[in-house]
Design a protein around this ligand. Structure first.
Ligand code: SF4
Length: 195
């Protein structure tokens, strides 16, 4: 059997559906029997692969863009996890960026910080946020350092800092994160993809 491309498959599928409608309805024959017009793209559309952000399955998606505009998101047929399929949650993925054709006003593009006991969020720079994270990890690690366990075994660890990864982390990122955790003496490392 001759192999057909994905685009050819959808073309044939669309033609079969239109044909079935012509035979099963009356009154709309003229409209439905009109020859199918091909849609010519006037501008180049870029497609990039990414991963659905909503759950631990980590399904692959194809994101179509034109300039800075998001045009569509669909399942990535060659992704080993979902083979092009997406669940109902993923139907709203495009809202992460666009709502009713406008940029989603709730999409966060800056670091926001709420100080202890404060009732508001303040904008901060990435430099400030990364410095704060490093500072707090160091202080917590120093304050909670365990050199020996109760039986006198040398353990050199902290049990006061934990790390939770996400399904969008790839193997290489997980490797680096785990290396960093172990170097810090962290023992509690977990990933959303396993929970
Ligand atoms: S498409 Fe559905 S199952 Fe797949 S990662 Fe997204 S939310 Fe999870």
């Amino acid at each position: 059997m001759e192999a057909i491309s994905r685009r050819e498959f959808f073309k044939i599928g669309g033609g079969v559906t239109a044909g079935a409608l012509v035979f099963s309805t009356s009154g709309f024959e003229k409209v439905l029997a009109a020859p199918l017009k091909s849609f010519s793209l006037k501008k180049r559309i870029g497609e990039k692969t990414s991963i659905c952000a909503y759950c631990a399955a980590g399904c692959g998606i194809l994101v179509a863009t034109e300039g800075n505009n998001l045009i569509s998101i669909e399942g990535y047929p060659e992704h080993p996890i979902n083979r092009g399929g997406l669940c109902s949650k993923a139907q709203s993925l495009y809202q992460l960026r666009t709502v009713n054709g406008q940029l989603n006003p709730r999409r966060l593009t800056k670091v926001l910080y709420r100080a202890p006991n404060s009732d508001r969020w303040d904008e901060k720079s990435w430099e400030w946020a990364l410095g704060e994270i490093a500072k707090r990890i160091k202080k917590t690690r120093d304050d909670s350092w365990i050199e020996k366990d109760k039986d006198g075994n040398l353990v050199n660890r902290t049990e006061a800092v934990a790390q939770l990864g996400g399904s969008a982390h790839d193997n290489e990122e997980c490797y680096l994160i785990t290396k960093m955790n172990r170097a810090l003496g962290m023992v509690y490392t977990e990933t959303q993809a396993r929970i």
